[in-house]
Write a protein that binds this ligand. Structure first.
Ligand code: HEC
Ligand code: HEC
Ligand code: HEC
Ligand code: HEC
Length: 124
């Protein structure tokens, strides 16, 4: 019976650890992100990360490379101004992901913006 208790203790410890890790990931999320890595013709795009992550609970919808452990990496740690190897450039992937989803969701009746100036105002 002693062995059974140890197994129970190990499972309980594992559950507490999973809970602590999940809370840490949720707490460290940014609310609003200024996506201004390129910002030449346009001003930085204000991205409400909190609202998007609440609507799309599966982080991998956007963090496609995430293994589900720890913090997801920034897109900009791989996608740069210029494409490199088989990694497409930043402007392409943000447009593919942001505009791609907005176009689909707009067709489904949601209020997702698709106009150029809705995401980033033109610089004067
Ligand atoms: C759903 C949001 C969204 C829409 C709609 C959108 N973009 Fe973007 N665009 C972005 C994001 C995000 C970036 C990356 C911004 C950064 O990091 O500087 C970007 C970057 C750019 C850049 C490079 C940065 C610069 O200032 O030169 C250009 C050019 C651009 N977009 C043009 C357009 C045009 C033209 C349209 C309309 C046909 C458009 N975008 C629509 C989100 C959007
Ligand atoms: C709609 C797309 C989308 C969803 C859904 C999403 N994220 Fe993000 N997340 C982004 C973008 C875009 C960035 C900015 C990346 C950059 O600056 O290069 C970001 C940045 C982050 C950062 C900051 C990384 C850093 O080092 O500064 C964390 C942490 C993060 N996301 C966690 C999460 C978690 C956890 C979830 C799920 C609960 C989630 N995200 C869901 C798109 C998304
Ligand atoms: C660890 C590196 C890495 C990170 C971090 C990363 N990507 Fe990628 N991404 C890649 C590579 C490599 C490819 C090309 C191969 C593939 O499709 O997986 C790619 C492909 C893509 C594509 C498909 C492009 C196309 O034309 O089909 C999109 C969209 C994209 N990434 C968006 C993002 C966004 C947005 C983020 C942040 C939320 C992000 N990526 C984070 C490495 C990364
Ligand atoms: C998986 C789908 C999806 C992705 C990916 C996505 N969005 Fe959105 N976004 C939406 C939807 C749906 C709405 C409308 C929400 C509502 O009903 O008001 C929205 C709303 C917005 C709005 C207007 C409301 C606000 O939050 O300010 C902006 C700006 C915006 N998104 C920018 C972006 C940018 C920039 C990216 C890429 C970094 C992005 N979105 C990626 C689905 C998405």
């Amino acid at each position: 019976m002693e062995g059974g208790n140890n197994v129970k203790k190990a499972i309980a410890a594992g559950m507490i650890l999973t809970f602590v890790v999940a809370v840490a990931v949720v707490l460290a999320q940014p609310d609003i992100i200024d996506l201004g890595y390129l910002a030449k013709i346009y001003q930085p795009a204000k991205f409400n990360h909190k609202a998007h992550a609440t609507a799309y609970k599966d982080c991998k919808t956007c963090h496609h490379e995430w293994d589900g452990k720890g913090q997801p990496k920034k897109c900009s740690s791989c996608h740069k101004a210029q494409a490199g190897g088989n990694t497409p450039d930043m402007k392409t992937v943000f447009h593919t992901q942001c505009k791609g989803c907005h176009t689909k969701e707009k067709q489904a009746g949601k209020n997702a913006p698709v106009g150029c100036n809705d995401c980033h105002a033109k610089k004067q």
